[in-house]
Each structure stands twice: as C-alpha cells, then as structure tokens.
Design a protein around this ligand. Structure first.
Ligand code: NDP
Length: 329
C-alpha cells in the first residue's frame, strides 16, 4: 500500500459552491513536477485565507490543495539543481492557486520554483517570514532602489499589525528608518513599538477619501491595504518620494488623482511576489537572512499545527491575526 498523508482539499460542486475538507492523499495524487518535498513548515497568508474561505477567486483549479508557501526537505528530484536532503523554500508561482500547495505533508513542484533555505534560518523561521515577509522585503528593496533610504525621512507602513506590515516594520527599523506604523488595532501599539516602530498612528487617519494633495508626512511607504488608504499615503508623500503597493486588505480600488505623481514627482512602485524572477527572490531571501532580527521574528509569529490551518484561514480574512502564523507540519 502506498504511504498516505493528510492534506487540506478545496473542492467545488456542480453549482460552483466551494467547500474545504481534510483528506488522505498519496504521492500518486500530487501534480506534475520534478522535485518532491517533505513539507516541514508552512504558514497562513491572507491569500490562503481567501483560498480556503472562497472569499476571492484565488483557487482556479478544483480540487486543489491550498497553501502558497512552504519550507522543507527534498525527498526526491530529477532536477539537476536539487538533491535528496536539500533544504528549500517555495513562494508563489501559482502554488496553492492552480498547482497543489503546501497544506499536505508532501508537495511536488518544479525545481525552478525553489530557492535554497538561507544559512542560519530554520524551516520554521523561513515560514515565520513566509510570503508576507518576503513581500515586505521586496517592498523594502523597491524603496531602496528608488533612493528612499533612512536619511530621506520617515516611512509609513499600513496594515502594520498584519503579516506584511509586521515584517516591514521590523526590517525597516533594523535598517535605521524612522517607521510610522498605521494600524486599526490601537491595542497593538506596544507590539508595533517593540518591533521598532517610532510612531503608531490610527488607520482612521488614512481610510477616508483622500485629498489630491495633503500635508507632506513621509518620504515613502509600504502599503498592504490599498483603496483610500493607499490614496492617502500617496497624497501625504513628500516631494520625490515613493510608495510600494503590495496589498489589498482594505480594497482593490485606488480612488486617487494624478496630483502626487505630476506635482510632487511621487512614484508608485508595484510589488508582486508570485512571479518575481529567481534572481530577485534569491536576493530577497539573502537580505532576509542578513537584515531581519530573528528575535523580533519570534516575537511576531505564533505556531499552530496542521489541524489549526482552517480556523486560522478564517481568522486572517476577518483581520483577527496579529503578525505571522507558522504551521509546523
Ligand atoms: P494580514 O491579514 O496579516 O494583514 C493585513 C492587515 O491589513 C490587517 O492585519 C490589518 O492591519 C489591515 N487591514 C485589514 N483589513 C483592513 C481594512 N478593511 N482597512 C484597513 N486596513 C485593513 O495579511 P498579510 O499581511 O498576509 O497580507 C496583506 C496584503 O498583502 C493582502 O492584501 C495580501 O493579499 C497582500 N499580499 C500581496 C503579495 C504580493 O505579492 N503583492 C504577497 C503577500 C501578500 P491592522 O490591524 O494593523 O490595521
């Protein structure tokens, strides 16, 4: 009998009604790929919450094992870049959307999608970072490329108590930025200050319809919220500044004007983690290895087991999760 393992499976009935269940799979059930990985740790990202609850069309193939990222050990490989025993990380590439993902003990993927686990980081640490933290690092790198360095002035992080936000606050403060953290959960102020925020402001200051231009408050920002929040962040960005837009937790729209772009030379930097080229991923994970304080990382994450994934997925879409959730498989 082939070995079976537990997996979460999202299915859809004839009326396109989505459901989620825990099931048993074997390696023969996995999708095509040249590397099979024993998943040691994964995480619950906002996108995983959307996939499991069906709140947005993240899953585009049924049935599907969700889970957009994992860290683990190669069990078998016909890809020349990877051998049995190699420690690897996967983020994105449609895994957990169109290709069976992380919420199973084994995952079979293309070797080209994998990056090596950085030295000194465990599978658990890598998933405390997860796609959210890797996206935060991509956003920091985009600001740096645009010349938004600590001496240019404060930077704002929206959705600060969430996964992307928490890691962004932590990295930016380690790099010496004056970080203004925006949150809807005022009770999380001590948590954000502990991560390195210099100031905490209320989400209410940013979520009403934006003026074309407002008082200049920051040189840049990392926005995981979108909609009015991003519009306000842009209108309050000082001359020549830049904002990295990476999320839509508050909405997918952008009710803004061109005023910040054409009157203040502000730039809007788009961040996509899913299809980011391998060289960019390698650089982002290298920087995570060097620039992220692992002690702070421990403080911004909590650990659950496989059985807690579905509840955590429901909680994250309701904005109830603080920081990062690591799943020890
Ligand atoms: P989380 O749910 O952990 O964090 C989102 C945070 O946004 C919440 O904690 C909350 O922060 C804030 N928020 C939630 N709802 C609202 C609202 N209605 N209005 C204003 N603020 C709100 O999610 P992640 O950090 O994992 O992801 C954040 C966003 O980034 C998501 O939209 C996700 O899809 C996107 N993302 C994009 C990636 C990319 O490749 N571009 C990759 C990874 C994530 P607080 O309580 O502090 O206000």
């Amino acid at each position: 009998m082939p070995e079976t393992f537990k997996a979460i499976l999202v299915s859809r009935d004839a009326d396109k009604k989505q459901s989620v269940a825990v099931t048993d799979l074997t390696d023969a059930d996995l999708m095509e790929g040249d590397v099979t990985v024993a998943v040691e740790a994964t995480t619950v990202n906002y996108k995983d919450g959307l996939a499991i609850t069906g709140k947005a069309p993240v899953v585009r193939r049924w049935p599907l094992v969700p889970g957009i990222d994992f860290a683990g050990t190669v069990i078998s490989s016909s890809n020349p870049d990877w051998r049995q025993g190699d420690k690897v990380i996967l983020n994105g590439w449609g895994v957990g959307e169109t290709h069976f993902g992380a919420y199973a003990a084994h995952a079979r993927v293309k070797g080209d999608w994998l990056v090596p686990l950085p030295q000194g980081i465990s599978a658990h640490d890598a998933m405390a970072v997860g796609t959210a933290g890797y996206t935060a690092m991509l956003s920091v790198m985009a600001l740096e490329r645009h010349g938004i360095l600590p001496d240019r002035g404060p930077v704002v992080v929206t959705g600060a108590a969430g996964g992307v936000g928490s890691v962004a606050v932590s990295i930016l403060s380690s790099l010496g930025y004056h970080v203004i953290a925006s949150t809807g959960r005022n009770a999380e102020s001590p948590y954000l200050i502990n991560l390195g925020a210099a100031e905490v402001i209320s989400r209410d200051e940013l979520n009403q319809p934006a003026k074309p231009l407002a008082k200049e408050r920051w040189a840049g920002g990392i926005d995981s919220v979108g909609s009015h929040t991003l519009a306000n962040v842009l209108s309050m960005t000082s001359y020549g500044g830049a904002v990295a837009a990476c999320g839509l937790a508050g909405g997918m729209d952008l009710p803004s004007s061109v005023a910040p772009f054409i009157l203040r030379g502000v730039s809007l930097l788009g961040i996509d983690s899913v299809m980011a080229p391998k060289a960019v991923r390698l650089e982002a994970w290298r920087r995570i290895g060097s620039d992220l304080d692992l002690q702070k990382l421990a403080g911004l994450s909590r650990t659950i087991g496989f059985d807690g994934i579905i509840d955590a997925a429901r909680d994250i879409v309701e904005g109830k999760i603080r920081g990062r959730v690591v799943v020890d498989m």
